[in-house]
Design a protein around this ligand. Structure first.
Ligand SMILES: [Zn+2]
Length: 368
């Protein structure tokens, strides 16, 4: 779908909401309490009511839009851009195009969509001839590592490890050779053999034929797959033997470098999700948007950038029921959690002082 078609199909919020509901009705709504599939639609509440236990759920719950108040049209525009464009784009760009005032909600929305893309791809296992290699993507150094001395090479704190797997099958035209079908990239914390083996077990069928470089961290892989070819591949041969894996790694790296200035290691997976999702559906053409809409209505994203703050606020609220300054305090809590260890003491002191003074003032306020 191109931009003029998108503008004609989804001109306003109401059309997008209708399309969202139509798709949800088509997929079927299941009650969270009794698993009943029969529901009434309450137009004034914009919610479904279970016919058996009368539990209600809104149109947004159970989808990518759960706990979000952003308009449906924002999500549709984001999905359109994510599927229709070949390269990537920054959240700041998306924010400008939507004309939204704040960056944070748009950033969360885009990452939730990328999260959903990853969840959809995780449903499929790789089979056939599989090639595996590790990619080392440049990311921002975490706050804790900033104070340590930088390591060189693969173990560097600037590099995040990503095993890349490509599953291929032989196509009928012998000249074309093998064609890659599906690609998976998963961020891992280290290169220990347990981590790599578990990663492969979760994503590769045990009937697969695996081709890998002869590394010690790959030794246990042969127990899981049907056949296993491991040989020491010289650097100049790597591009030929692991052809598709290499192409995918360099394309992904180029795309990330071209758009994002710095990526935090914990968010790298979301960007890779989008890259793999697009790659695996490169022949879908116009259907990509519809497919992403189905995925968006099937999964609830795990992406939560404010989880610590939310938890801390819950505890805070429990002990200080009279205090109504959660928003300001949440920033302090965030600052405290994100601060480097050296300045944590100061951040904690500030936070405590603020809590104390706020408690004091709110006490005064209530006594008046
Ligand atoms: Zn029910």
């Amino acid at each position: 779908m191109n931009i003029p078609d998108f503008a004609i199909s989804y001109p306003d919020e109401e059309t997008c909401r209708k399309k969202f509901k139509e798709q949800r009705d088509q997929m079927g709504v299941t009650c969270r309490h009794c698993n009943c599939k029969e529901h009434y639609w309450l137009e004034n509440k914009q919610a479904y009511e279970c016919k058996r236990c009368h539990a209600r759920q809104t149109l947004r719950s159970g989808t990518v839009m759960q706990h979000s108040n952003l308009p449906y049209r924002y999500r549709f525009v984001a999905m359109h851009l994510l599927t229709a464009t070949k390269g990537s784009f920054s959240t700041a760009e998306l924010q400008r195009q939507l004309g939204h005032k704040r960056y944070q909600p748009i950033w969360e929305m885009a990452n939730k969509l990328r999260d959903v893309m990853g969840k959809r791809d995780d449903e499929y296992m790789l089979e056939g001839a599989i090639k595996l290699n590790n990619a080392f993507c440049s990311t921002e150094i975490s706050l804790e590592d900033k104070e340590k001395q930088l390591k060189r090479g693969r173990g560097s704190q600037k590099k995040t490890k990503v095993p890349v797997m490509a599953g291929s099958k032989t196509v009928e035209n012998p000249k074309a050779g093998k064609k890659v079908r599906c690609l998976k990239m998963k961020v891992i914390s280290d290169l220990k053999f347990e981590t790599i083996t578990n990663n492969v077990k979760d994503r590769v069928e045990n009937t697969a034929d695996l081709t890998i470089d002869d590394l010690t961290s790959y030794t246990k892989l042969k127990e899981h797959v049907h056949s296993h070819t491991a040989s020491v591949i010289p650097n100049e041969e790597l591009a030929n033997v692991l052809l598709w894996v290499h192409t995918a790694i360099s394309n992904a790296k180029r795309q990330l470098l071209g758009v994002y200035y710095k990526i935090k290691p914990k968010y790298l997976q979301y960007y890779l999700n989008r890259f793999c999702y697009k790659f695996n559906r490169r022949y879908f053409g116009e259907k990509q948007f519809e497919r992403l809409l189905i995925a968006a209505e099937t999964y609830v994203p795990n992406f939560k950038s404010r989880i610590y703050v939310y938890f801390t606020l819950k505890v805070y609220r429990y002990f200080n029921p009279k205090v109504y300054h959660f928003k300001i305090n949440s920033k302090l809590v965030f600052y405290f959690l994100e601060a480097p260890p050296k300045s944590r003491k100061r951040a904690l002191l500030f936070s405590l002082l603020f809590s104390f003074s706020a408690n004091h003032f709110s006490g005064l306020f209530h006594s008046v």
